[in-house]
Ligand binder design. Sequence first.
Ligand SMILES: [Cu+2]
Length: 198
Amino acid sequence: MRRTQTVVRWVVLPAALLMAVRGVHGATITGTVSPAKADSVVYVEAIPGKKFPAPAKSFDMNQKNLQFLPHVLVVPVGATVDFLNSDPRRHNIFWPSINGDEKQSHNLGTWPQGQKRPFKFTTAGIVPLGCNVHPDMSAYIIVTPTPYFAVTDATGAFKINGVPDGSYKVSAWQEGLKMQTKPATVTGTAKVSFTLTK
Ligand SMILES: [Cu+2]
């Protein structure tokens, strides 16, 4: 009797605890994107039957020293991005398409230093940014269908935290290369790696 109780305590309790911890913090998906470089983006594709609230905070895309900062920005769908001009000259913001769909092209306008304009992204996809005053300026906003995403470090490694256990499609994006989507089954952890090509 005593022995049984001890076994229950040491086997069942840690398992229950682990599940409770996982319930709060979720599982993780790790892996690499090659070619290895920073600023590749990996995210979980839409999960059937699951909807996520729009994030409460907005995100910033800056224009400074004739560059977009950051060069790659990842936001979940429904997010508002505040576009700020920090330069003592006028900049423009436009995108010719979202996910290649030219019907979703948009020109936010051209405005002087210190001003900010918000835009809410309600469609998931790749948004290539340009400035029609300075054709060399470019950046990307990756609007992800779920809040489960990560950006690679310089070695190409990524870690997506807080994912619930389940089977998902995971996609990887890197500037200038073809996107790739792979299945991943997550039970606590999952590993998925990508090799992208032109
Ligand atoms: Cu500009």
